[in-house]
Design a protein around this ligand. Structure first.
Ligand code: SF4
Length: 244
């Protein structure tokens, strides 16, 4: 599907008008109806991922699920990704890994996160996702407004890098997510009980205090709040993907 600027903007406006108060499952269904095989779902298999994955699995178990295996994830996340995918019957979960060349050039000691989190996220998350999304016209995310920060203004549909991004859970509260997970007996990520309400790479994720924002433990102590996959692309900070 190709979009010119104006028709894409009009489509996004119509989707937001029609789906503004729709239930998440109806939004996932609308995304599938509109995009068919050109739709993917991006999941971290993190603290709240089971809800959206369960909805999608019930509607289209072979939906491509893109999972960013950065090489820096907790072992518990890798284990949860396998167990949850099998439990939900998802048949096309794709593990996206950073390119060897990018790691060899920019992060040969696997400690770039200590000095340059932007470049580290760029080569371990942004670029692998961009490569995988090349075959899709739209994707589904699990972001919610209650997560705060930039996400407070989140809409159900957005245009991002020429693709439609659907956010079916944008309107839902934490209580609604928890109620859905309980109703369907969905297994929690094993780190949730240890105080991790949002879970990414181990070097950049910390447990939070009671009452903190759910994402307060991500890049704690720095200004960074997003890894970059949900930000409009600027010129890459580094030359990547070259021969070594
Ligand atoms: S979250 Fe941290 S370890 Fe993971 S890619 Fe970003 S900077 Fe690197």
């Amino acid at each position: 599907m190709a979009y010119d600027g104006e028709s894409a903007a009009s489509l996004i406006a119509r989707l937001n008008e029609e789906l503004r108060e729709a239930e998440p499952k109806a939004i996932v269904q609308a995304a599938i109806d509109l995009m068919g095989e050109r739709l993917a779902l991006v999941s971290s298999f993190g603290a709240e991922s089971a809800v959206l994955l369960h909805m999608a699995a019930r509607l289209k178990p072979d939906i491509p699920v893109l999972f960013l295996d950065t090489g820096m994830l907790f072992g518990q996340t890798l284990d949860y990704r396998k167990r949850l995918a099998a439990r939900l019957g998802l048949t096309d979960v794709r593990d996206l890994r950073p390119q060897f060349q990018d790691l060899a050039v920019h992060d040969p000691s696997a400690d770039l996160w200590k000095t340059d989190t932007e470049t580290c996220c760029h080569i371990r998350k942004v670029l692998p996702l961009d490569r995988a999304l090349a075959e899709f016209d739209g994707w589904v995310t699990g972001r919610k407004r209650f997560q705060g920060g930039e996400r407070l203004r989140l809409k159900v549909a957005e245009l991002s890098e020429g693709r439609i991004k659907f956010n079916p859970l944008a309107n839902w509260s934490k209580e609604q997510l928890d109620a859905y997970a309980a109703e369907h007996d969905l297994p929690a990520h094993p780190l949730v009980e240890f105080g991790y309400p949002s879970i990414g790479c181990w070097p950049c994720t910390a447990p939070v205090e009671e009452g903190d924002d759910t994402r307060a433990g991500r890049w704690a102590g720095s200004e960074k709040t997003e890894c970059g996959i949900h930000l409009e692309r600027a010129t890459p900070a580094v030359e990547v993907g070259g021969d070594i």
